[in-house]
Design a binder for this molecule. Sequence first.
Ligand SMILES: *[C@@H]1O[C@H](CO)[C@@H](O)[C@H](O)[C@H]1NC(C)=O
Ligand SMILES: *[C@@H]1O[C@H](CO)[C@@H](O)[C@H](O)[C@H]1NC(C)=O
Ligand SMILES: *[C@@H]1O[C@H](CO)[C@@H](O)[C@H](O)[C@H]1NC(C)=O
Ligand SMILES: [Cu+2]
Length: 721
Amino acid sequence: MAEPSLARLSALFFGFLLLLATYSWVPRLHSGLLSGTGVQKTLGPDPKLRVDHSSAKPHHPLDPLTVQEIERVRTILLDHEPGFGSGSATIHSMALDEPDKTLVVKWKKGNRLPSRRAEVLALSVGQSHVIVVDLDSGRVVSDVVNPTSGYPILTMDDLIVASQVALKSIEFNRSVEARGVKLSDLVALPTFTGWFGPEEEGRRILKVQCFTSQDTPNYFMRPIEGLYATVDMDKLEVIKIVDKGMVPIPKAAGTEYRYNVQNKPVHMDRINPISIEQPEGPSFLVEDGHLVKWANWVFHVKADHRAGIIISQATVRDSETGEPRSVMYKGFPSELFVPYMDPGELWYYKSYLDAGEIGLGPAAMPLVPLNDCPRNAYYIDGVFALPDGKAIVQPNMICLFERYAGDVSWRHSEILIPNADVCPFTTRKQIRESRPKVTLVARMATSVGNYDYTFDWEFQSDGLIRVTVAASGMLMVKGTPYENVDDLGDKEDDSGPLISENVIGVVHDHFITFHLDMDIDGPMNNSFVKVHLEKQRVQSGKSPRKSYLKVKKYVAKTEKDAQIKLSLYDPYEFHIVNPNRKSRLGNPAGYRIIPGGNAVSLLDHDDPPQIRGAFSNNQIWVTRYNRSEQFAGGVLVYQSHGDDTLQVWSDRDRSIENNDIVLWYTLGFHHIPCQEDYPVMPTVAASFELKPANFFESNPVIGVAPIFEKDLPVCRPFASS
Ligand SMILES: *[C@@H]1O[C@H](CO)[C@@H](O)[C@H](O)[C@H]1NC(C)=O
Ligand SMILES: *[C@@H]1O[C@H](CO)[C@@H](O)[C@H](O)[C@H]1NC(C)=O
Ligand SMILES: *[C@@H]1O[C@H](CO)[C@@H](O)[C@H](O)[C@H]1NC(C)=O
Ligand SMILES: [Cu+2]
């Protein structure tokens, strides 16, 4: 009788401790914040608390343009240039022109918002315009024409128009029909032309490539090889049709990917539905639509036309003092580079810069609950401008959720001490301490043409941020007469492996360059430190050892000191530190960037795609902060010549020591397709981490409570048993 009641008592006691620990760990989250008035606050996934976009107002200096603001920009632009009303001028993207960093950092809730401005990329009579509109004064503040080479991001209308123009050509239609393809099954897909010298200058061009959707929605696997039309987007005419003769069109059989229509055996035991339990609800809070508060983190998240998802002002609370400490001012996927490895006439130009050429935002369709994001997810919409300046809402574009994958945050077990705890299943006294790892994820998924990219920003309570890019979707494939590798003999198609009958998966690379404006402890003045592991040779006779590794630190003085090529045989750690903020031991507060599995571009530096994708020449760069240098491939990317890239900025070699600096990281993979990538490829992921390094005085999660439940055995402290 005494035993069970003691157990019950101690369970109660631990329950109480756990409550205490929870409240001291996240005191503000559950008390003050929910009591404000007039502001929309959402705790976790409550579908009833949706933003009413028709009346939504900005609450934070970094909040994206609202529907009302976009409409107002449109009115102001119509006044400025009537072409915007008649369709002779088009809006290619519109986004908040963020206020100066100093204003944003100083701003506090309750203050007036700094003046709201929009940056518009527009096209008028073949000229690129970068226009800044001030919403408070109702005026166009600046309108710069052709600041660099290149055209603004394409619109969905551009793609539709290009396809229609191709179909207005009798010659094009005949070439399609000559291949036995019904025009009603034809998918005329505009692809980006890249830039390859004078012949293609002075006009906007799209290359329309052909597929058949006969008997399949997966037209990407049914290319009509050997044919494309080059469309002049200013004159709206076909300027060239390339027809290299017929190549068999791969069959429709086996291309279907929709569950309801497929008819394939699975040969796998069913996996039961799975979901995460949060008996007391989620622990994160979304304030005013964009400000996320979870555990010791606060950050701003928003959807973006170009970058898809932007994280701003990521701030972590100090584990000793509770003081909010700045980690990253802004982080986002800045540009993608996807060069294909076939130099032939029909494929050479395929080298896509997806963020600047088409934008990750408009291609991000609503996430699918339970499949794209777990049950406990909360969704945030995106708001964009259409070519005529009207607003469009992209619902459920970003999801936020707490992830528990059964992993451990930290642990230790111990037997070699006399006064340890009493644990079940043993007569020995032991210490067994472990903590579950729960993280918070902000996710966006986009389908840029054939490819799908999922972007995760994952926050851990130990201060780590993990960024993951996962690629899935359809390969860009090439038709071939061959059905078996044996048919190829020694002729071997050098653009890639045969992955299905008549289908070649063309070899290509994916590079994604992140803009990481780290502001460790304050908006300004960080340094980039290369921590080198150098092999030392022991002087003979001094030790039985012959060699060892020694740590040496080098502070990068200028941008060229921070153009980093990773090498396993020359290992470095890379730290961003605040030299003005020292720990109690005198170490500068810092964060480390930890590369994950990676690949590098091996194209020659004088190859036109590589000149435009030059931001992939190094895996790490550090530049001096400059508010105009956000997108690694430049402001105007379509048909750009590579005159406004991260490489160009970094080569200015500005001083970066004890300065406001931006870290850039390129993550990539080579993709040699295989049969499993057909008809849709299973997700492949790559990631990198930003991890505290002497930022906290000690392990910041040591005080976090373990989880206790009555039905599972746990150790009891020796003293209280
Ligand atoms: C080409 O085919 C498309 C689709 O059937 C049709 O709309 C278009 O009018 C045709 N073009 C010409 C010039 O006949
Ligand atoms: C800021 O960036 C723009 C675009 O690269 C450049 O024209 C300007 O000179 C830069 N300013 C400084 C101070 O580096
Ligand atoms: C921060 O950087 C600025 C600009 O380089 C410099 O003038 C200032 O002295 C620095 N502040 C500190 C505390 O080092
Ligand atoms: Cu790929």
